[in-house]
Design a binder for this molecule. Structure first.
Ligand code: 5AD
Length: 363
């Protein structure tokens, strides 16, 4: 466990290239020591941008009239999943806007079941590993998704500061409810991932250091963080000029955050996110060098991808072709790591906790 002061020292190094280099080497060594050189891939399918929430920062918020709303057909989603499996992916992330209505829940449940069934092979007898990311749901819904076959869930806390959380969300969304959802997911038995946005207006270094401590305290299995990138059609756009001017330092801060997360939670799976790539070319590979071990290439068809713009500048180019997978592999090899298409690539922290729990039960 690192103290708040130690975490802050790591984050402060973002302003100093020499110190940042040192942090990078340390984080890289700790990564290899704890989770090895393997990079796990998740095919990301953004299956719907219909959202019932009005987060002040998000481009697909309910009140933004501009994106053309879509819900991919089940057949199309299953087809994408099967093609991802054929390409060599062993896991996928199913992400969409937040909807709590029975039709959506039923549909999501069916899609999970179908994908599990359709992607079983000798090599993957239980089908593709499925990570779900469809926001806050009731415990009962989470249980249904789990029983259908989703075994990992991503739900960002966005910021561990209740005060800042309130500033960036409308009153109907509460910090307490987000926290409860994370606890429910864990209780059901999911591998749970969370994360924050970096560089939010009025966010301090202290807040970010507390975010890292939050990951430690709740003993999270997976972490996904990225820079906050303003979207012009959101209420938070009024702050965007200030944020834009700080983009380079937010980029370095994001890398330092990944390093701090790796040092504090050495056995978690940490994703290097698309937002990192958006703020700086090559950012996603840098994220790996600073301690991340998961990549989530977009597999959403490019024809609808333009409608899933959570933030400005989100890449819409085609990433799912085998050629770009090959390109990714080359980049990963160039930093001395390798793509792992082995099993589901579960979080070692989760496995470790499960074993500890079993041995407590035995004794
Ligand atoms: N900038 C960066 N990340 C964003 N997200 C949503 N909007 C933005 C933005 N403007 C992130 C949130 C959410 C995830 C799906 O996308 O952290 O949890």
């Amino acid at each position: 466990m690192l103290s708040l002061k130690e975490i802050k020292t790591i984050l402060r190094s973002a302003d100093n290239p020499e110190l940042l280099n040192e942090i990078q080497s340390r984080a890289e060594a700790i990564t290899i020591q704890n989770v090895g050189p393997a990079i796990y891939l998740r095919a990301l399918i953004e299956f719907s941008n219909i959202c019932g929430c009005n987060c002040y920062y998000c481009g697909i918020r309910k009140s933004n009239p501009f994106p053309q709303r879509y819900l991919m057909k089940s057949k199309e989603i299953i087809h994408l999943a099967v093609s991802a499996a054929k390409q060599g992916f062993t896991s996928l992330v199913l992400q969409s806007g937040e909807r709590k209505d029975p039709a959506f829940i039923k549909l999501t449940e069916q899609i999970i079941r179908e994908i599990k069934k359709e992607t079983q092979t000798k090599y993957l007898p239980k089908g593709l590993g499925i990570t779900l990311s469809v926001g806050e749901q009731t415990q009962e819904t989470y249980q249904r998704f789990f029983e259908a076959g989703a075994h990992r869930y991503l739900l960002r806390i966005e910021t561990s500061s209740p005060k800042l959380f309130t500033l960036i969300h409308p009153p109907e969304q509460t910090y307490t409810s987000r926290l409860r959802a994370l606890k429910n997911l864990k209780a059901i038995g999911y591998q749970v991932g969370t994360g924050v946005m970096i560089g939010l207006p009025s966010q301090t270094l202290e807040d970010l250091a507390a975010d890292i401590q939050f990951f430690q305290d709740i003993d999270i299995d997976m972490i996904g963080m990225g820079p906050y990138l303003p979207h012009p059609d959101t209420p938070m756009n009024c702050w965007s000029n200030e944020t834009r001017a700080r983009q380079e330092s937010i980029y370095h801060l994001s890398l330092a955050m990944i390093a701090a997360a790796r040092l504090c939670c050495p056995k978690t799976n940490i994703a290097s996110t698309t937002a990192l790539q958006t703020i700086a070319p090559g950012g996603r590979i840098q994220g790996l060098r600073f301690g991340a071990n998961v990549l989530m290439p977009q597999t959403t068809p490019s024809s609808i991808r333009a409608n899933y713009l959570l933030y400005e500048g989100k890449p819409c180019s085609d990433e799912n072709s085998e050629q770009s997978l090959h390109e990714l592999e080359k980049q990963v090899l160039s930093i001395g790591r390798k793509l792992s298409l082995d099993k589901w690539g579960d979080s070692l922290r989760f496995q470790e906790r499960k074993l500890a729990h079993q041995s407590i039960l035995k004794n």
